[in-house]
Ligand binder design. Structure first.
Ligand code: URA
Length: 273
C-alpha cells in the first residue's frame, strides 16, 4: 500500500467514524462496491427470458444469523405478548433476550437490560446504550454513567438504591437518537419493567426518555425539575425529568440546574415507615 493509499484509507475510516459507522458487524469484510457492480453487470446480461420480466430486486444486506426482520406492528404485538407473560424482572430479561423485533438488536453486541437493585424505590430511565454500555451489557457505565453515579452520590444514593434502564435496550449505531419504531418495539418491555419493579419515583434522564414516557414534545430545559403524576406501567407514578449527564459533560454551566433537581429528588425521598 502506498502512502497515498494509506492516507485515503485513513480519511475514509475517519469519514465512516464521523457518520457513526464505528462497529464491526461481520467477522470478514464485505466489499459492497464489488457486490453492487456484480449485480449491475448481471442485470445488463442478455437474458433468454421475456424482456418484460421485471429485473430481480437487489437483495437486502444479510441480517446477522439468527436475527429476523419483523414488521413493526408485528414486533409490538410480539413484545406485548412476551412482556405480559413475565412474572418477575428476571423472567422479563429472559423474555427480552428471545425478542428479535427491535432492529437495533441486529447491530448491537449486547442487550443492556438494567443496572442496580431489583427492589429499588427509584427508577432512572435514559435514552439508550452507548458504546461502553453495548460492550458491557449494562446501562450507564460510560462517561455519562460515571457522572450520573457522582450526581446520585451527591445526594447519598448508590447503585444499591436505584434501578437504571433505558427506553431502548440496544445501542443505536453511532449513538443516534432511537427512532419511534425502535422505541415502540421496546416499550411493552419497559412498561412491564416499571410494573414489576413498582418504583415510588421515576427519574427520566434527558429529552427522548421524557418525551416517550410523558407523551410530550416540550423541550427538556422546560420539563426538567418539575414533578408530575403520570401513568406508566399500569399505575400513576411520581415522575421527574432531569438533564442528561452527557449534556452536562458538554455544558458544565447547566450543572447548577441538575443540582437543584437532585435536591428536589432527595426531598421527595422521605424515609419509609
Ligand atoms: N446514555 C443513555 O441515555 N443511556 C446509557 O445507558 C448511556 C448513555
Amino acid at each position: 500500500m502506498t502512502m497515498t493509499d494509506t492516507s485515503s484509507a485513513a480519511a475514509l475510516l475517519d469519514w465512516y467514524r464521523a457518520m457513526g459507522v464505528d462497529e464491526i458487524i461481520e467477522n470478514a469484510p464485505v466489499n459492497w462496491f464489488e457486490a453492487a457492480a456484480t449485480a449491475k453487470a448481471s442485470e445488463q446480461q442478455p437474458s433468454n427470458k421475456s424482456s418484460r420480466q421485471p429485473a430481480p430486486r437487489e437483495q437486502p444486506a444479510t441480517p446477522r444469523p439468527g436475527f429476523n426482520n419483523i414488521a413493526p406492528d408485528e414486533a409490538v404485538m410480539d413484545a406485548r405478548k412476551r412482556a405480559s407473560k413475565a412474572k418477575s424482572l428476571e423472567e422479563l430479561e429472559t423474555a427480552l433476550a428471545g425478542f428479535d423485533g427491535c432492529p437495533l438488536k441486529a447491530t448491537a453486541k449486547n442487550t443492556c437490560f438494567k443496572r442496580g437493585n431489583d427492589e429499588a424505590r427509584i427508577m432512572l430511565i435514559g435514552e439508550g446504550p452507548g458504546r461502553d454500555e453495548d460492550l458491557r451489557g449494562l446501562p450507564f457505565v460510560g462517561r455519562a454513567g460515571q457522572l450520573l453515579d457522582k450526581m446520585l452520590g451527591a445526594i447519598s444514593l448508590t447503585e444499591k438504591d436505584v434501578y437504571i434502564t433505558n427506553i431502548v435496550y440496544w445501542r443505536p449505531p453511532g449513538n443516534r437518537t432511537p427512532s419511534t419504531q425502535e422505541v415502540e418495539a421496546c416499550l411493552p418491555f419497559l412498561n412491564r419493567q416499571v410494573e414489576l419493579l413498582d418504583p415510588e419515583i421515576i427519574v427520566l434522564i434527558g429529552g427522548p426518555a421524557s418525551h416517550t414516557l410523558l407523551g410530550t414534545n416540550e423541550g427538556i430545559t422546560r420539563l426538567r425539575g418539575k414533578w408530575r403524576d403520570t401513568e406508566i406501567g399500569g399505575k400513576t407514578r411520581r415522575v421527574m425529568p432531569i438533564l442528561h449527564p452527557a449534556y452536562l459533560l458538554r455544558t458544565p454551566a447547566a450543572k447548577r440546574h441538575a443540582w437543584r433537581d437532585l435536591l428536589s429528588l432527595k426531598a421527595a425521598l422521605k424515609p419509609r415507615d
